[in-house]
Structures are given as structure tokens and as C-alpha cells.
Design a protein around this ligand. Structure first.
Ligand SMILES: Cc1cc2nc3c(=O)[nH]c(=O)nc-3n(C[C@H](O)[C@H](O)[C@H](O)COP(=O)(O)O)c2cc1C
Length: 186
């Protein structure tokens, strides 16, 4: 099972469309995908840096809408991470959930997340393609270096503030589908 996190509040936005293609690719090779639209969450807190997870086998002690997502991630074969750029960085909801992955690190900063998950990263920006590229590289690096994931690809996409009803570059959607198919072997 693949866990897909979509964090832009725009349910029909560009990030959602790219992620949907990656999901389609994963499903085409027989993978089930569980999609979480983070904007639908109603209860969430940021990592409290309380250390609770360092004393209980790497489980976040907070109980909110992020808790079951973290438990799902623990068991997932792969992850699709999708964020929009807000002021040169990931958007706030994405950052809230992403920081909670800290609970998978033990007191020696070793990951208790089962190794070898595949990860795809999708980042959209209105105009700043540099930030989209940088953030996608950084997210991929964190997943590989801290959590021993294996990247199946990343997409950074600059929308140039196109209205939502404008057609997307089909090459980008094709790439997203291809990336999704790379979850085949996990
Ligand atoms: C609060 C906020 C801050 C933003 N800051 C940036 C920014 O720094 N650089 C940029 O290129 N786009 C910025 N944008 C535009 C979004 O990145 C863009 O609309 C989004 O990536 C489009 O993807 P979506 O359709 O999936 O939401 C910002 C949008 C919002 C709402």
C-alpha cells in the first residue's frame, strides 16, 4: 500500500492533478493507494519536541488527525508527498505533518521507520521554480538520508499562476504516471 499526502488546499489544483497521475501510475502496477488530503484534517498540532517518541518505541504521543497517518506511513510500502510552495518553502500543513516524522527517529537519531520504502515528491509553485526545485530536492534528500527511502522520482512544477481551468503540460502528467509505475517493485 502506498500513502499519498496532498497538502495544497486546492482539491482540484495542479499538485492534486499531478499526484492523481502518480496514483494512477501506481494503481496501474497493482498498488493500492491511500490518499490523505491534509486540508480535510480538523485536529492537528505541530511536533512538541517532547521526546515522548524517544521513550516509547518511536510512536508520536500526540493524538490528533495526524496520528493515524503516521501509523499508516509506518506500514506503507511507499509514499507520494505533494506540497505547494508558500513563501519559498513547503506549505504549513505539509510542514506540520512532515515534522511529525521526527517521531520515527530514536534517541540516537536512527530511524525506526522500516527501511526501503519508495518515495515520490511533487512540489508546485506559482512563479518561483527555484524554490520548487530546491524544496523537492531537500524533501527527497531527507527521506533518503533520515528514513532510508528510495526515490522513484520527483517533480517540481511552476504554474506561472495559471487559472485552474487551464490545461496542464501533458509531459508533466506523463512523467507523474511513469513515476507512479516505479512503485511496482516495492
Ligand atoms: C500563502 C501563499 C504563499 C505563496 N508563496 C509562493 C512563493 O513564495 N513562491 C511561489 O512561486 N508561489 C507561491 N504561492 C503560490 C502557490 O505556490 C501556487 O499557487 C501553488 O503551488 C499552486 O499549486 P496548487 O494548484 O496545487 O495549489 C503562494 C501561495 C500562497 C497561498
Amino acid at each position: 500500500m502506498i500513502t499519498c499526502l496532498i497538502s495544497s488546499p486546492r482539491a482540484n489544483g495542479f499538485g492534486s492533478m499531478i499526484a492523481a497521475k502518480a496514483v494512477e501510475g501506481a494503481e496501474s502496477v497493482g498498488k493500492a493507494v491511500s490518499i490523505h488530503r491534509l486540508n480535510d484534517m480538523t485536529s492537528y498540532r505541530q511536533c512538541q519536541n517532547c521526546g515522548g517518541c524517544k521513550n516509547n518505541g518511536c510512536h508520536c504521543v500526540l493524538k490528533d488527525d495526524i496520528t493515524p497517518i503516521l501509523e499508516e506511513i509506518r506500514d506503507a510500502e511507499g509514499l507520494i508527498l505533494c506540497t505547494s510552495i508558500n513563501f519559498n518553502d513547503t506549505n504549513g500543513l505539509f510542514k506540520l505533518v512532515f515534522d511529525r516524522l521526527y517521531s520515527f527517529l530514536d534517541m540516537n537519531s536512527c530511524s525506526a521507520m522500516p527501511k526501503g520504502k519508495k518515495v515520490a515528491v511533487i512540489v508546485t509553485a506559482g512563479a518561483d521554480d527555484t524554490s520548487a526545485e530546491r524544496v523537492s530536492v531537500e524533501l527527497e534528500k531527507i527521506m533518503e538520508q533520515h528514513f532510508y527511502c528510495q526515490s522513484v522520482g520527483r517533480i517540481s512544477y511552476c504554474t506561472w499562476f495559471m487559472p485552474l481551468d487551464m490545461p496542464m503540460d501533458p509531459d508533466v502528467l506523463d512523467r507523474a504516471f511513469q513515476i507512479g509505475t516505479r512503485f511496482r517493485d516495492c
